[in-house]
Design a protein. Structure first.
Length: 220
């Protein structure tokens, strides 16, 4: 079940040097439940995904967003575009928010991979394993956190459009959850997660919030 979350006001003593990050998973596409889309080109939002992107834009447009980022793949960029149109902000492409490099598993059917011992190990031991010739989860987490650090020096409120496991890895870092337990964090299509980053602190505001039901308020 998705949490119905509210963005609380930031305490007065924490107002300086704070960046709010809103993380949005891309909307639905025709491969999302059947195959590993990975980094292959040409995977676009389907009709349901385009509607999800529109609803996300409606929900987030009233927030004081001053930057919008997305990974380079079509499905992430297409989910971000309605918000860019509503806010008149440019979409900034960042490779750090790209999908995991699945390498040999790209475009494989999940039904086949679930019978693969290497895939089973990867899902239970993410801190040490990786797809064949692919990217380790700790590498994904490190590239994202490094980019978030850079963004926090430039912006006060950033929306980031990325992918399910990339956002899980980010929220695992924010929550202090070991990577081997990060599957406990549910990140649905077009869901919204958020946190605040100060000079020496983090605070979670929302995890896997539904854009239809989450009441996202201005932070101040």
């Amino acid at each position: 079940m998705r949490r119905q979350c509210t963005f609380p006001a930031c305490p007065a003593q924490l107002k300086s040097c704070v960046t709010t990050f809103v993380l949005v998973r891309h909307g639905e596409n025709d491969l999302i439940s059947s195959r590993v889309a990975g980094r292959q080109p040409g995977v676009h939002l389907n009709e349901a995904g385009r509607e999800q992107a529109r609803k996300v834009a409606e929900r987030l447009a009233g927030l004081p967003i001053d930057a919008i980022y997305a990974g380079p793949l079509e499905r992430a960029c297409e989910t971000a575009q309605p918000l860019c149109a509503r806010t008149n902000l440019p979409l900034q492409i960042a490779d750090e928010f790209n999908e995991i490099q699945f390498a040999d598993w790209t475009n494989c059917a999940f039904a086949d991979l679930r019978r693969d011992r290497e895939f089973q190990v990867w899902n239970s031991f993410r801190s040490f394993s990786a797809p064949p010739d692919g990217e380790m989860m700790i590498e994904v987490q490190a590239r994202v956190v490094r980019k978030l650090r850079d963004i926090s020096r430039q912006h006060h409120f950033a929306a980031i459009f990325s992918h399910g496991d990339v956002i899980r890895a980010t929220m695992a870092f924010v929550l202090g959850v070991p990577l081997d337990l990060f599957q406990r964090i549910k990140i649905d299509s077009a869901s919204i997660s958020a946190f605040e980053l100060g000079d020496d602190w983090l605070r979670v505001l929302a995890v896997n919030a539904n854009c239809d039901t989450a009441q996202l308020l201005h932070t101040s």
